[in-house]
Design a protein around this ligand. Structure first.
Ligand SMILES: *Cc1c(COP(=O)(O)O)cnc(C)c1O
Length: 367
C-alpha cells in the first residue's frame, strides 16, 4: 500500500545530512534558543524574503503569538474559516478571542472574500468587534488575499496569513507569508517544510513586532529572567532548528517535485483536477479531489494499493467542541460542509518514486 503521507521517507532521503546536523546540535552543548535557531531564523527569513522570522514550538502557537503580538485578545473577534486544521480556530481561542467562521469558495477551498466583507460590514449580533482576519492558504494554494486584505483594511482588522500548508507558494509573484504584515507557518513533520518533531515560525517585516514576538515566546523576556510583559514558553529547540536548516535547502526542489507529481495526477484522474488560482503557484501540500461517491472511490483506490486521506473529515464548526458554540457568517458554511463530505487527498510527498506515481496514475485511470 502506498501511504498517503510518509515523513519517514523524508528523513531517509536526507539521512546523512540530517544525522550530521543533529550530531552538531547535540555536541554543541546548547539545546534551546541558540546558534542553530538563530541561523534557521535568518535563513528562513532570507529564503522567504521577510525581514525577520521568529521560531516557536508549533504552528498553533505561531498563530496565538502573532495574535497576542498584535494585541488581539478577550473582547475581540477574529474571522477565519471552518475548512482548516482545527489549530487555526484553537489559536484564536487560546488568546481569549472569539472566532467567527467564514465559508469557502468551493473551487479553491479558501476564504470567500465576499462573505468576509459582508461579515465585517454587518457582524452577527452579539459578536465582539472583529479585529483580525486569518485567511488559510489551504492545501498549498493562496487564499484570495487582495480582496481579503482590502476588506480587513476598511474595517481596521489586522490580517495574519496561515501559511502552514503553503511554504514556497506565491500569489502575483510574491511569496505567501510576505504579503500580510505577519504570517505563521507550522513545521509539523508532514508539512512542505517539516521538522522531525514539532516546530513553528512567524514571519514579519516589522522589526518591533518581531522583537515583541521573540520576547513573548519566552516568558516575555527581553533580558534573561526579567519579564517585561507576561509571555509563554513556546521555543523551537536546537535539534529541530538544525534539521530544518537541512530541509530548507531542499524545499524548492521538494515543491517542484510535488508540482510534477500533481501534473501526472491531473492527466490521469477522471475526476476534475484541482483548480489553480490565476497568477498563483500551488505547492501541493495536498492533492485534493472531490466526489459525492467518496467512499467508493477511496475503496477502489485502496484495492489498487493506494491509500488516501481526508483533509478534513469534519468542519471545525461541526466538531463536538465547537458545534453550536462558534459564530458563523451568513452563508452558514454550507460550501465548507459540502467540501468536507466529498474531498479526499492522494499520496503527496516528494519522495514518491516514479513507479509509485505510475501505480497511483493507473489506479486513477481505472476509476
Ligand atoms: C498544521 C496546521 C496548523 C497547526 O500547526 P501545528 O504545528 O500542528 O500546531 C495550523 N494551521 C494549518 C492550516 C495547518 O495545516
Amino acid at each position: 500500500m502506498i501511504p498517503q503521507a510518509n515523513p519517514g521517507a523524508g528523513y531517509r532521503a536526507l539521512k546523512t545530512e540530517i544525522d550530521a546536523a543533529v550530531a552538531r546540535a547535540l555536541n554543541s552543548g546548547w539545546y534551546i534558543l541558540g546558534a542553530e535557531g538563530r541561523a534557521f531564523e535568518a535563513e528562513y527569513a532570507a529564503w522567504l524574503g521577510a525581514a525577520r522570522a521568529v521560531g516557536c514550538a508549533n504552528g498553533t502557537d505561531a498563530l496565538a503569538l502573532a495574535l497576542r503580538g498584535l494585541g488581539i485578545g478577550p473582547g475581540m473577534a477574529v474571522a477565519t474559516v471552518s475548512h482548516t486544521a482545527v489549530a487555526t480556530v484553537a489559536a484564536i481561542e487560546m488568546v481569549g478571542a472569539t472566532p467567527v467562521l467564514i465559508d469557502i469558495e468551493p473551487a479553491t477551498y479558501t476564504m470567500d472574500p465576499v462573505e468576509l466583507a459582508e461579515v465585517l460590514a454587518h457582524p452577527p449580533s452579539g459578536l465582539p468587534p472583529i479585529r483580525a482576519v486569518i485567511p488559510v492558504h489551504l492545501y498549498g494554494q493562496a487564499a484570495d488575499l487582495e480582496p481579503i486584505m482590502a476588506a480587513a483594511a476598511r474595517y481596521g482588522a489586522a490580517v495574519i496569513e496561515d501559511c502552514s500548508q503553503a511554504h514556497g507558494a506565491t500569489l502575483d509573484g510574491r511569496k505567501l507569508g510576505t504579503i500580510a504584515p505577519v504570517s505563521c507557518f507550522s513545521l509539523y513533520p508532514t508539512k512542505n517544510l517539516g521538522a522531525l518533531g514539532d516546530g513553528g515560525v512567524i514571519a514579519t517585516s516589522d522589526a518591533a513586532l518581531a522583537d515583541r514576538l521573540a520576547a513573548l515566546r519566552q516568558y516575555g523576556w527581553k533580558t534573561h529572567y526579567i519579564s517585561d510583559e507576561a509571555g509563554v514558553n513556546s521555543r523551537l529547540d536546537e535539534i529541530q532548528a538544525a534539521i530544518l536548516r537541512v530541509k530548507l535547502q531542499h524545499l524548492d526542489a521538494a515543491n517542484a517535485r510535488r508540482q510534477q507529481i500533481a501534473v501526472a495526477y491531473d492527466a490521469a484522474t477522471p475526476l476534475p483536477a484541482p483548480v489553480r488560482r490565476a497568477n498563483a503557484s500551488h505547492v501541493f501540500h495536498q492533492y485534493v479531489l472531490r466526489s459525492p461517491e467518496r467512499l467508493a472511490v477511496q475503496a477502489a483506490l485502496r484495492e489498487n494499493g493506494v491509500a488516501t486521506g481526508i483533509h478534513y473529515p469534519a468542519s471545525v464548526h461541526l466538531q463536538p467542541a465547537y458545534q453550536g458554540r462558534v459564530a458563523l457568517g451568513p452563508a452558514g458554511c454550507i460550501q465548507t460542509a459540502q467540501a468536507c463530505a466529498e474531498v479526499f487527498s492522494l499520496p503527496m510527498y516528494p519522495e514518491l518514486t516514479a513507479t509509485e506515481v505510475a501505480q497511483i496514475c493507473d489506479a486513477l485511470r481505472r476509476l
